[in-house]
Write a protein that binds this ligand. Structure first.
Ligand SMILES: *Cc1c(COP(=O)(O)O)cnc(C)c1O
Length: 391
């Protein structure tokens, strides 16, 4: 019997919150203005500057799901319309289409990038198709040039689900500036930066931004802070549509302002951990995550490994052994075509999505986050190596 205590459990993901975020939140709490106000505005401006275009319209919301819903609503998506997206995503990407009474058309992924396959997007277009929602899976950019070309040729709208893609580049351009109708980022607790819950809708279309700003707050033509800070403070507003309650609070924005400043440093640490993993696993019977093109940035929101066909061990067993060694893992994602709602609604069969199905059955995500110590990274390396070599 050893008297060395077992190592503490290493969770799959943790946020990294610093003193600056804490102090800014406290400042907000003491300021008397805790809902959407000056800090949400500052965060929107800082976000546009981060993307390198101070005139870019950034609309802060309380989740990426809300941002996706607002973008599609502003584009006029509704009953009778079809929107094409990947089956290999989180349900939020697709559920927003159903909020608007439109239909979701799911397509398979490219087995190398795990991103939506543009050829399948084009093949799925019908006279009812109105929009495409590409998802930059794990933080690797979708081939947006191809998607935007398809959209142009068929007169379709494009809303990017960039929940994983901050900061991600394609041909050295940041996702968010590629020229789609709108791009939506997530600041959920486990994303590459966080506000607890939150999201940002980014667009170059001022009409779209204006509609989203109205619809994020009940369909009101002036928000409370506008009225409060007007030359003559006014109680008056008008309701111009049945809107939603999707505004970001200043408490959340206070965190966002400082998380955004730290984002380049966060990305470097994620890159470093990803490269450590790539080197440590290169000789194992595992399929490593696809890399960004030379010169481009992968956000490394997720580090997804796949068991090669040479390994007999099942994916579930691999994850159980990781847990037994005190390391949390996850699976991204259970494809939408396997969930009862989507399967039954659209009569989907797994044979329609062979690449997503195969990837799902063999994939697992290992911990990769900025607050991991080098020793924790090494623990993950040792665990994966010992399980893969014994399998
Ligand atoms: C996290 C996530 C969302 C939703 O983000 P929220 O901010 O939690 O609404 C949407 N799409 C994908 C791919 C995600 O991973």
């Amino acid at each position: 019997m050893s008297d060395i205590p077992p190592l503490p459990f290493l969770p799959f993901a943790l946020p990294e919150i610093g003193e600056d975020e804490i102090n800014e939140v406290v400042d907000t709490l003491r300021s008397g203005w805790i809902t959407t106000g000056p800090k949400a505005k500052r965060f929107e401006q800082a976000f546009a500057e981060f993307l390198g275009e101070p005139q870019l319209e950034c609309v802060a919301v309380n989740s990426a799901t809300a941002g996706l819903h607002l973008a599609l609503e502003a584009l006029g998506i509704g009953p009778g319309d079809e929107v094409i997206t990947t089956t290999h995503t989180f349900t939020a990407t697709a559920e927003v289409v159903r909020y608007l009474g439109a239909d979701v058309v799911l397509v398979d992924i490219d087995p190398n990038t795990l991103n939506i396959d543009p050829k399948l997007v084009e093949a799925a277009i019908t006279p009812r198709t109105r929009a495409i929602i590409p998802v930059h899976y794990a933080g690797l950019a979708v081939d947006m040039l191809e998607i935007l070309d398809i959209a142009r040729r068929h007169g379709l709208r494009v809303v990017e689900d960039a929940a994983h893609a901050l900061p991600t580049t394609l041909e050295r351009e940041l996702i968010g500036t590629m020229g789609s109708d709108a791009t939506v980022f997530s600041f959920y607790a486990n994303k590459t930066m966080t506000t607890g819950e939150g999201g940002m809708l980014v667009t170059r279309n001022p009409e779209l931004a204006k509609r989203a700003r109205v619809m994020r707050l009940h369909g009101m033509n002036r928000d409370a802070f506008d009225r409060f800070t007007a030359k003559v403070p006014s109680w008056y507003y008008e309701i111009v549509a049945p809107g939603f309650k999707y505004n970001m609070t200043d408490i959340a924005a206070a965190m966002g302002i400082h998380q955004l400043k730290r984002l380049p440093g966060f990305q470097l640490r994620r890159e470093q951990i990803a490269q450590t993993y790539n080197q440590a696993f290169a000789d194992l019977p595992l399929i490593l995550p696809p890399q960004a093109l030379a010169g481009d940035v992968h956000s490394w929101h997720l580090y997804v490994l796949r068991l090669s066909d040479r390994l007999e061990i099942e994916r579930d067993q691999f994850i159980e052994r990781m847990y037994a060694l005190g390391i949390g893992c996850s699976v991204h994602y259970i494809p939408l075509h396997l969930h009862p709602y989507w399967r039954e609604r659209y009569d989907l069969r797994r044979e329609q999505f062979p690449h997503s199905q195969k990837a799902f059955e063999r994939m697992f995500s290992i911990p990769l986050y900025t607050s991991m110590t080098d020793a924790e990274v090494q623990r993950v390396v040792d665990a994966v190596r010992s399980i893969a070599l014994a399998a």
